[in-house]
Design a protein around this ligand. Sequence first.
Ligand code: GRF
Length: 195
Amino acid sequence: MIQKTPIAILISGRGSNMRALIEACERPDYPARIALVLSNRPDAAGLEVARAAGLQTIAIDHKSFGKDREAHEHKVDAAIRASGAEIVCLAGYMRVLTPFLVNTWEGRMLNIHPSLLPAFPGLHTHEAALTAGAKEHGCTVHLVTSGVDEGPVLGQARVPVLANDTFDTLAARVLEEEHRLYPEVLQKYLVTKHI
Ligand code: GRF
């Protein structure tokens, strides 16, 4: 039996990348298992998906902490630790992190971003790619560092931008690649890091 590293997945919304990771983790030969799915939004649709898959979930509403981002992150960090997770996968977690959480999980926190970083960091990447006339677009899995969407790249997947693309068609083509890329990169990361 392969040794499975416990991971926590942090979400804020629909959780389709989380679902791709859940499916991967269900494979006996996949080197991770999900110890916790955590959302900063109690109404995140992905929480229901995770519960239906029998996973431990927790919502820690950032709104209860007002402007104190670090106080929220201390609770998030405590929940991750309590779950026994050794790696954190951000999957549509829509919070800018403070140095506290970034430094605590340095080298052990991954994120997926819907562009070919360093191109188009931040939000609205598909609109930005189309507006810029990019011929190619895609997604990136990277380690999280203090700069937003700036950490070392672990893997990328590319898609062509087609002449008749809208934001939505382009987003859908990228998302399909995200679902393939994230589990694949996490697997490689765990195997090569020997975590
Ligand atoms: C994805 O496009 C991901 O790259 C970005 O946020 C979106 C989350 O979608 N960080 P989902 O919640 O995984 O469906």
